[in-house]
Design a protein around this ligand. Structure first.
Ligand code: ADP
Length: 202
């Protein structure tokens, strides 16, 4: 008897975490292309400059320091972080917008964001994307051509701490090593199929 993934069993959000350059965006884009009606990406707010090709409201909600600090003081964020001199955060309103549409909300957050979310009542699934090695992470960040030499060094330094937290038992429901992209994606899809999408027998 065939088994087919058909419906979302609940609306627990999905938190994807991993060092910058570990492949979170690439994996998420593929997942959302495969399940366009099931997942909605929660664009973080950020005060950092928009990179070429990034669309406001899709990749991030670009804002300024004054507005962001005001919203933070009003308790409008689930988690916030300062990274590379810029502010980032997940707003409660963005998550609610997606959940209210009956879609599962995907959050792409740093380790400190995970720590804060764990203290909130969001109760998501947690997945950690692990790079195969620091050397490979550096190669990928360089080939992405989005970093200055200084920010690259900073990202690699932070990555070491993030990997330590990611591998600590109990912090994540699933750890995926993104060595070969297609295999990593299959692992992500298998986790989503098993745990998140309801199985219905035909
Ligand atoms: P993140 O969203 O975690 O910062 P990205 O998805 O932007 O990471 O990936 C960083 C870079 O690494 C991109 O240029 C991407 O194409 C590349 N990449 C991602 N996964 C792999 C992989 N398994 N093998 C080789 N390159 C990869």
């Amino acid at each position: 008897m065939a088994c087919k993934a058909t419906a979302i069993s609940n609306l627990r959000p999905l938190v994807i975490c991993g060092p910058s350059g570990s492949g979170k965006s690439s994996l998420l884009v593929k997942l959302m292309c495969e399940y366009p009606s099931k997942f909605g990406f929660c664009a973080s707010h950020t005060t950092r400059n928009r990179r070429e090709g990034e669309i406001n409201g899709i990749h991030y909600r670009f804002t300024n320091v004054h507005d962001m600090q005001k919203a933070i003081s009003e308790g409008k964020f689930i988690e916030t972080a300062e990274y590379g001199g810029n502010l980032y955060g997940t707003s409660k309103e963005e998550v609610a917008k997606i959940t209210n549409r009956g879609m599962m909300c995907i959050l792409d957050v740093e380790v400190n964001g995970v720590r804060q979310i764990k203290k909130s009542d969001l109760n998501p699934w947690y997945i950690f994307i692990q790079p195969p090695s620091i050397e490979e992470l550096e190669r990928r960040l360089r080939s992405r051509r989005t970093e200055t030499e200084e920010s690259l060094k900073e990202r690699l330094r932070i990555a070491k701490n993030e990997i330590e937290y990611g591998l600590e038992p109990g912090n994540f429901d699933k750890i995926i090593v993104n060595d070969e992209f297609d295999s990593a994606y299959e692992e992500l899809k298998a986790f989503v199929d098993e745990n998140i999408l309801e199985k219905e027998t035909e």
